[in-house]
Design a protein around this ligand. Sequence first.
Ligand code: MN
Length: 230
Amino acid sequence: MALRLLLVTIAIMALASSFANASDPSPLQDFCVAFDDPKDALFVNGKFCKNPNDVNANDFFFRGLNKPGDTNNPLGSKVSAVNVANLTGLNTLGISLARIDFAPYGLNPPHTHPRATEVLTLLEGTLYVGFVLSNPPPGMKNKLFTKTLYAGDVFVFPQGLIHFQFNIGHSNAIAFAGLSSQNPGVITIANAVFGSDPPINPDVLTKAFQVDNKVIEYLQSQFWYNNNNN
Ligand code: MN
């Protein structure tokens, strides 16, 4: 009886720790190509695994990142992400990537990836990039780190921190970014705060941003363009 209780306790603790682990897990097999149909499939961390006998090279393949994203939009930038949503072979592997195109003065606006660190390589153009640290001790300000990047430069944006990339050159810019999650997620600050559906109560934002409520009404009435493909 005591042994059974011990085993049940261990099982519950194992389950609890797996729920509490928010990072992408280390793979327990060579691959686990994501599969939408649960029939005859194994369930692992939110996505079903395709039967390995049915897996082929195309499950690990994506074509098209040679094509520039359409930057003809209010931000002048476009993120073309390749993650588990459009490359199912990434399932459980803890990695993904994105191509980011910038028109002259195009901006990838302040945003965070809740589940990934980003390492960015600039192929063409000139970018002013930066990230802001999380809240410091009372009385101190959130520290900003910035850098001007030229072709061939690499910059890291640590997981979860607010960051941006701004094309300060007179020509287009092209960057590629690796992200340490199969599904990094993106929270674009302005879109989430001022463009939510339904809107956040303006009293909340008026107090939070310490401005006149007309400023908040104006911001909430704007169209907040989403420059991510998914
Ligand atoms: Mn990013």
